[in-house]
Design a binder for this molecule. Structure first.
Ligand code: NI
Length: 135
């Protein structure tokens, strides 16, 4: 009786993709608009998948209120309306690509969920660009 439950959340954040070991020309060529020196924003959409057994006493895999509170505490309260490069310590030395943001989100959430649950983060940077972690 294993199944998946999902919780969605959104946050708006600014970022700049930049590799400090490269020239400005190479950064511009590789990252394009996302290399804009003055940053730019995205409306990120997060979907957290939680896989587990249905508890026979509650009928729940997990109480989604608990999931929603953890996403708020660990992710949206820290990322929403922030500059990821400047305001979020995890990205001070990590390029805030959608890939790296998804990995950071997964690691932050993973620490706080019982190991009996399997987690997967799906993160949309735009309606057409998104990643899953773990794949
Ligand atoms: Ni961007």
């Amino acid at each position: 009786m294993r199944l998946a439950v999902y919780r969605k959340a959104t946050f708006n954040a600014a970022h700049r993709l930049h590799n400090p070991t490269w020239s400005d020309e190479k950064n511009q060529k590789v990252f394009g608009l996302c290399n804009n020196p003055n940053f730019h924003g995205h409306n990120y959409q997060l979907e957290l998948k939680v896989v587990g057994e249905v508890d026979p006493e509650t009928g729940y895999v997990i109480d989604l209120k608990i999931v929603s509170d953890l996403i708020k505490e660990l992710i949206t309260d820290r990322f929403d309306h922030r500059n990821l490069n400047l305001d979020v310590k995890e990205f001070q030395h990590l390029n805030p690509t959608v890939e790296n943001i998804a990995i950071v989100i997964y690691d932050l959430l993973r620490e706080r969920f019982d190991p009996k649950y399997e987690l997967q983060v799906r993160l949309y940077e735009t309606p057409r660009n998104f990643v899953d972690y773990p794949a």
